[in-house]
Design a protein around this ligand. Sequence first.
Ligand SMILES: [Mn+2]
Length: 219
Amino acid sequence: MNVSAPKLAVIGDVHGSAGQLSALLARLPAGYEPIFVGDFVDRGPDPVAVLDTLIANRFRAVKGNHDDKLFRALKGNPVQVGGGLAATLERIRSQSAPWRERLMVWLAELPTVLLFPGIAVVHAYWSPTCPPDEHLWGPRFHDKQGKIYRIRWWSVPEYWTPGIQVVFGHYHMPVVTPQAVCVDFGAPEGPLAAYLTDTQAFLIELPRQVALPEPGSAL
Ligand SMILES: [Mn+2]
């Protein structure tokens, strides 16, 4: 093992799941710095508490596509409001003006990539030469009809960077290779995960509530 490897706990897309986040943080072993791959809002019940946790603790994080869209919406730019953004905006707009100002400063300063020895933490994809848009969305392919496909870059050697393991979220796919580790386990419907970069182990916090089918309903 590389003795100079940083002790990071890279935490996947939280998506408003404040309960899973606080439980996972409480279980982090001593000596690990939590680092976040972005997508703090939308889908889960409490985006405000998640943002409070990040901002109050000054945790290091990168920006996800959902955070970027939230930032553009709060600035008054036209965005397509879907995927839970309407509920997020409603909750954020009910906060105090100072709280919202602090959020805007925090969002404006969020980087899109954090580099460590041998490790790049990013929301979707990083290489030294890729366009910054790909940090948030990953490399994509447009067909002749304009339909967009996500490229599974971790399976394509041309997308890899020698000597760097890219730790990312965004895809909710099981990926653990020397070049790429996905830490998005699908919270809040799925687990929230932390990847411990020195031991290459995962800590898993299960979803808060598992929705069981109603008795007698079709499965
Ligand atoms: Mn996400």
